[in-house]
Ligand binder design. Structure first.
Ligand SMILES: [Zn+2]
Length: 177
């Protein structure tokens, strides 16, 4: 970017920090020494979702957000929770650095987040995204939560970090090369 004060084409970076999905850089013009800020938005590599029936579709933050929003409806959560969750989960998925992710994995990640946030929202989401084979499985899941009351005790097992979530076998673009 040219200096906004004198139009000179070269500047040096004097500070650089991550900002949401980009990098904010403080620059100093090499000609007039004036300082200005640039914001570089990171271009996401495309991410494809592999659905249960094998179809691929481009990842949609909007879809993710809507699913979370429905699960969190009328729950006593701070305003903006679904949007923040969607942002965090989207960031997590891109940080994996993979070109493809299964819809099951996305569901697992969302559930891991909801589980620590709100058990009702978690069960709502789980009942949609994890195809409980029958009502018994759903009941077992609910019962496992019931012991934890509203605030999970501190001795609750930590949730698996994203890298340890089970990922079904799949062929990635990289693997085919
Ligand atoms: Zn300048």
């Amino acid at each position: 970017m040219n200096c906004p004060y004198c139009g000179y084409s070269d500047s040096k970076v004097i500070d650089s920090r991550d900002a949401n999905d980009g990098v904010r850089r403080r620059r100093q013009c090499l000609q007039c020494d004036m300082r200005f800020t640039t914001y570089e938005r990171l271009e996401h590599a495309s991410l494809f979702v592999i659905k249960k029936d094998g179809r691929r579709e481009e990842f949609s933050r909007e879809k993710l957000f809507r699913g979370i929003q429905i699960a969190c409806q009328k729950r006593p959560l701070p305003g903006g929770t679904p949007a923040k969750l969607a942002d965090d989960i989207e960031a997590e998925l891109y940080q994996r650095g993979k070109a493809e992710v299964s819809s099951r994995t996305i569901g697992d990640v969302v559930m891991a987040h909801l589980k620590v946030l709100d058990h009702i929202a978690y069960i709502r989401f789980a009942s949609v995204y994890r195809d409980f084979e029958d009502i018994t499985m759903l009941k077992e899941e609910v019962d496992s939560l019931a012991g934890h009351a509203v605030n999970p005790p501190s001795d609750q097992l930590p949730l698996l970090p994203i890298d340890e979530l089970p990922v079904p076998p799949r062929v990635t673009r990289r693997a085919r090369r």
